[in-house]
Design a protein around this ligand. Structure first.
Ligand code: CU
Length: 109
């Protein structure tokens, strides 16, 4: 009988560690390069809590604007960058507001 609380505490601890490593584990940073009027990679797969940096290597400004308006970098000047932390699970398509043929997809698990 005395061992039961110990087992329960150990099990709870294991669950807590698993939960924290999946939802709030080490934050990773992913980079999307904007170059030649396109996003590369066009489709990026990240985990919730990860940081995504868009780097504009073109000589003209661009934006990173979600089709559902959930995020919008506004103007990213030539040579500039913009970052955000992925907080919401799901798939979000985005475009450059200046050049709507530039399309990207952010997938957050
Ligand atoms: Cu653009």
């Amino acid at each position: 009988m005395l061992s039961l609380p110990g087992v329960a505490a150990f099990a709870f601890c294991g669950i807590a560690v698993l939960a924290s490593s999946s939802a709030f584990g080490e934050q990773r940073t992913h980079t999307v390069t904007i170059e030649g009027m396109s996003f590369s990679p066009a489709t990026l797969h990240v985990r919730r809590g990860d940081k995504v940096v868009w780097v504009n290597k073109d000589l003209v400004p661009h934006t990173v604007t979600a089709s559902d308006k959930s995020f919008d970098s506004r103007n990213i000047p030539a040579g500039g960058s913009w970052s955000r932390t992925a907080t919401r699970k799901g798939t979000t398509a985005y475009v450059c507001a200046y050049h709507p043929t530039m399309k990207g997809t952010l997938i957050v698990d």
